[in-house]
Design a protein around this ligand. Structure first.
Ligand code: AHQ
Length: 240
């Protein structure tokens, strides 16, 4: 059996998977370059909402598999970040406000009726992964957030210029994730580097990260397909 990668080599190989992060997806490249129409931006917000509301379910699934109290004490912060806690209305509410800032009525967002099959399928695959796999594997899958601060920084930098019709107060979700993602990744990376400590386990960790990269990539494939450059009615988009 091959010797395990050193901790540094293993971490470098996890980072190298960033080449497949959805920041490089054609839809995101067009978004970042200001080439998306309002309908395409709204379609992305409406569909990504299903991912946002599924994250706490995924994180609760991980907790239900995790017997380690010290890990749970840290991981539970992710649920509170999204659902809110005390006076903080949380990330899901912030995403709804992003939608409202983009001109979408709250019920249109929360109804999930605009979520296309490919997005639902990819997100459900992620939640079911968390329900059925060992909690350490769900921790590893969350490490796509190694690459997330950059994509949030891109939006904060470019949307006001490219999409001035969106009230910039709606961008607070991206701002909040900058610090939340970095905190989450610090915790998740330590667990991953510690647990996946043989060469086969390290190779499995890289495969798990590729699975989650595919979840994010295929969401944008489905959204890109549903919202082509030539405008279509919401009914046509939804397959009506
Ligand atoms: O808003 C995002 C978020 O809360 C999370 C949680 C984390 C996970 O547990 O898998 N991943 C994640 C991500 C969020 N936003 C995505 C984006 O592009 O806005 C990035 C995504 C990720 O990198 O996995």
């Amino acid at each position: 059996m091959s010797a395990p990668f050193s901790r540094e080599e293993f971490e470098a190989r996890l980072h190298a998977e960033g080449a497949r992060y959805h920041i490089h997806h054609p839809f995101n490249v067009r978004m970042n370059n200001g080439q998306l129409t309002p309908q395409q931006i709204r379609g992305w917000v409406l569909n990504r909402f299903y991912y946002q509301v599924s994250i706490p379910i995924k994180d609760a699934a991980m907790l239900s598999n995790c017997p380690d109290r010290s890990v749970r004490r840290e991981w539970i912060k992710r649920i509170l970040d999204h659902d809110g806690y005390g006076d903080d209305s949380g990330g899901i509410e912030a995403w709804i406000q992003l939608g409202e800032a983009a001109g979408i009525a709250r019920p249109e967002i929360t109804s999930l009726k605009h979520v296309v099959p490919g997005v639902r399928f990819a997100v459900d695959a992620y939640v079911n992964f968390a329900r059925t796999r060992p909690w350490q594997e769900t921790v590893c899958a969350s490490l796509t957030e190694l690459f997330a601060p950059k994509i949030h920084e891109q939006r904060l930098a470019n949307w006001p210029q490219h999409y001035p019709w969106i009230d910039s107060r709606g961008l607070s979700y991206f701002r909040n994730r900058l610090s939340e993602a970095r905190r989450d990744v610090a915790h998740g990376l330590t667990i991953t580097l510690d647990y996946f400590n043989t060469r086969p386990l390290q190779e499995q960790a890289l495969e798990i990260l590729r699975f989650k990269l595919n979840v994010l990539w295929s969401m944008l494939d489905a959204i890109d397909l549903a919202y082509p450059d030539e405008a279509r009615t919401p009914a046509e988009v939804a397959g009506g």
